[in-house]
Design a protein around this ligand. Structure first.
Ligand code: DUC
Ligand code: ZN
Ligand code: ZN
Length: 480
């Protein structure tokens, strides 16, 4: 009888800490051995020449999230999780969104119903807290945090979601007491509304004006304010989807003061610019997301922040709206103002391949940093470590085996989401995951889906255990 259910043999195995050429022995869905010349597996994968990495965790993606404006997300838990798996991701954390006037429990129940029987990989939920009533703050939120929903997003913009500063303080206070992680969407709502009105009055309504309505100062002010509120309450927060220099400066300054300010960025801030919104025939709508992509200099700042450890997490912010669809980008027709176009771009499948190709294969990021950003840090940040996010004895066998020699011309045809475009059409990439395993089961076998919808399990989350930001680490105090 074989010693293992699976052996992955001879690959270069990398974690956030190190790398070595070794075999991985898997039994009952978990990693049970790491070493040279392991005994036989019932099934084996020859990973010679391959890079073996922890399956990715996409800690910021939106699937089947109910919308208030009549738009509809194109991906549900089935298409979204399949797309994620093909891109090397084995855990997704989308958002159960509280509606104003609704409860958190209703949002959670509704979202479990949407996920039930659909996901091919494991999933947890963040919450979106949009209505922090006394009941939510006093009872519901502490109770659901104890039940394994240990992270939630708050918004400083979007009329149906935003909180004012007083509400933010109240929510941060609960997070501090209960040990939860708060993700902050940092853009100044009033500035955006004011700029939007002026642009629209001047007839400037094309998609490209979306970027003018949300300039860097709008993100900088809100980032500064979020950091200040977190400092006041003395609680860690994570600023999501950071787009460029101005917000990075605020975050890096806070980290250098020793504040526990964490940050996330996304592929759109490395690979798109505001010029992508300035395409004829409504094509620019494809790249409308918030905050908007900036320019080449800002892309460089984001790369630099990834290299220097200012960012801990690299997520997709996959928000899937079809382009040629009256429930998607065309919600109000081709001539609609930018302010009426659903925000968001697809990217759950391309997140890791883009960063692997343009970060790792070019030498900008080492494998350790890549793994930390895409898997280990998100697992720590959201209470899934060490079950998820690493390759270690006892961890779930969530593994992606990357072929670093595979050249891929990225086209929407090859992707598995339900969106009718990718903003990265025509990019030439190097490296792609060939085999993807979730809890010891192959879900992608060399380009073929081998998992059934519904096999993915819900993951209740523990308290976050993030490492301090690299730039906040103080030298050890040694007694004289
Ligand atoms: N911005 C968000 O905050 N969420 C979804 C998509 C987007 O562009
Ligand atoms: Zn957001
Ligand atoms: Zn988002």
């Amino acid at each position: 009888m074989a010693e293992y259910d699976y052996v992955i043999r001879g690959g270069l195995v990398a974690t956030a800490a190190d790398e070595s050429r070794c075999d991985i022995g898997i039994r009952d869905g978990r990693i049970v051995a790491l070493g040279a010349s392991l005994g036989a597996g019932e099934r084996e994968i020859d990973a010679t020449g391959m890079i073996v990495l922890p399956g990715g965790i996409d800690a910021h993606c939106h699937f089947d999230q109910p919308m208030n404006d009549g738009s509809r997300m194109a991906d549900d838990f089935e298409s979204g999780s399949i797309s994620a798996a093909f891109g090397g991701t084995t855990t997704i954390i989308p958002f159960a969104c509280q509606m104003k006037g609704g409860t958190l429990r209703d949002a959670i129940t509704d979202y479990h119903g949407r996920a039930e029987g659909k996901a091919v990989i494991d999933y947890a939920f963040h919450l979106i807290v949009s209505d922090p009533t006394p009941g939510v703050l006093g009872q519901e939120l502490p109770a659901v945090i104890k039940d394994g929903y240990t992270s939630f997003k708050i918004y400083m913009t979007y009329d149906d979601l935003k909180l004012n500063d007083r509400q933010i303080l109240d929510v941060l206070d609960v997070a501090r007491r209960e040990g939860a992680m708060v993700m902050v969407h940092a853009e100044n709502s009033d500035c955006i509304a004011w700029l939007t009105e002026r642009l629209e009055q001047a007839g400037k309504t094309a998609p490209k004006y979306h970027a003018e309505a949300r300039p860097p100062v709008v993100e900088r002010e809100a980032t500064h304010r979020a950091i200040s509120l977190a400092e006041l309450v003395d609680v860690p927060i994570l600023i999501v989807h950071v787009s460029g220099r101005e917000a990075v400066a605020q975050i890096s300054h806070a980290q250098s003061k020793g504040l526990r300010i964490y940050a996330e960025t996304c592929p759109q801030y490395l690979f798109l610019t505001a010029e992508d919104l300035d395409l004829d025939d409504f094509e620019g709508a494809k790249c409308i997301c918030s905050p908007p992509p900036r320019d080449a200099a800002n892309q460089e700042i984001i790369w630099n922040g990834l290299e220097r450890g200012i960012f801990q997490v690299f997520s997709s912010d996959h928000a899937p709206f079809r382009h040629d669809d009256p429930q998607g980008k065309m919600l109000h027709g081709k001539n609609a103002s930018f302010s009426k176009i659903p925000n968001g771009i697809p990217g759950v499948e391309t997140r890791m391949p883009l960063l692997f190709s343009e970060g790792v294969m070019t030498g900008r990021l080492d494998l350790q940093r890549f793994v930390a950003l895409t898997a280990t840090n998100p697992a720590r940040m959201y209470g899934l470590y060490p079950r998820k996010g690493t390759i270690a004895v006892g961890s779930d066998a969530d593994i992606a085996i990357w072929d670093p020699r595979k050249d891929v011309l990225l086209t929407n045809d090859m992707l598995h989401h339900n969106v009718d475009y990718t903003p990265y059409e025509g990019r030439q990439l190097r490296g792609w995951p060939r085999w993807v395993m979730s809890r010891g089961e192959l879900v992608v076998d060399d380009g073929k889906l081998t998992a059934k919808p519904g096999r993915g399990e819900f993951l209740p989350c523990d308290q976050p255990t993030p490492a301090r930001p690299a730039s906040a680490r103080q030298p050890l105090a040694v007694a004289e």
